[in-house]
Design a protein around this ligand. Sequence first.
Ligand code: HEM
Ligand code: HEM
Length: 205
Amino acid sequence: MAIRWRNTDRTYGVVAAGVHWLIAIAVVAMIALGSMMVDLPPGSADQFQLYQLHKSVGILVLLLTLARLVWRLVSPAPPMPDSCPTWQRRAAGVSHALLYILTLAVPLTGWAMISASVWGIPTVLFGVVPWPHLPLLPELPDKAAVEQAMKLVHAGLVWALAGLAVLHASAALGHHFHARDGVLLRMFGRTPAAAGMRPRAKGSP
Ligand code: HEM
Ligand code: HEM
């Protein structure tokens, strides 16, 4: 069977679905890694290695999200199935937009934090690719205050992203088990009809 790279009007293609799951797994792993690494002894070799890994995966998430948005312009997302009520379409549109914003804002605030850091520690992605600091921030007169503010914003946005991702995953499971409209299967490249799913009629319990 030929691989379908692009989205169709009924389902997601390999590129959009593959990047979606890669980012979802990376975000969950990064929340665990970030929460764990900040409690290690400051200045230890373990902490240094884990910070470098955290920065590397975080920048990868930033680049993948940008690539994903470009791909979305090339290959538009399938519209929600006809069986979905208008409020669900709106809720999906708003929450997907917020998920995109947060998956960009979380790594950007992390990058701003390390760029303003008084320690000025260089970042080498996966030990191979040197990654620059954001321009201007290393020259600020009160770098410590900016670094501190970015730490708070980074941590705050991470928890907003985690909360929204839980709601989003619950909605996806609700589509699958309650509405039975195949929306979850579309993120695995399947179409509701091919998966033998028949959506509940609008308004049925
Ligand atoms: C998907 C992207 C990311 C997620 C989900 C994430 C998540 C987290 C979490 C949960 C923490 C712990 C917060 C706390 O409890 O104080 C953290 C801390 C941190 N993150 Fe990220 N992060 C991401 C991307 C980045 C990026 C791209 C960078 C830098 C290039 C970065 C740099 C840091 C640093 C330096 C800390 C430690 C802050 C401290 O010492 O208090 N993060 N991150
Ligand atoms: C942190 C983790 C996650 C993030 C950041 C995320 C982000 C997103 C975004 C931005 C979209 C919109 C895609 C587009 O049309 O351009 C989307 C769609 C989708 N996500 Fe997630 N997601 C995450 C986790 C999950 C999980 C755990 C599930 C399942 C349990 C899931 C199921 C879906 C489904 C089914 C769609 C397609 C909805 C539709 O067809 O309209 N996602 N996700």
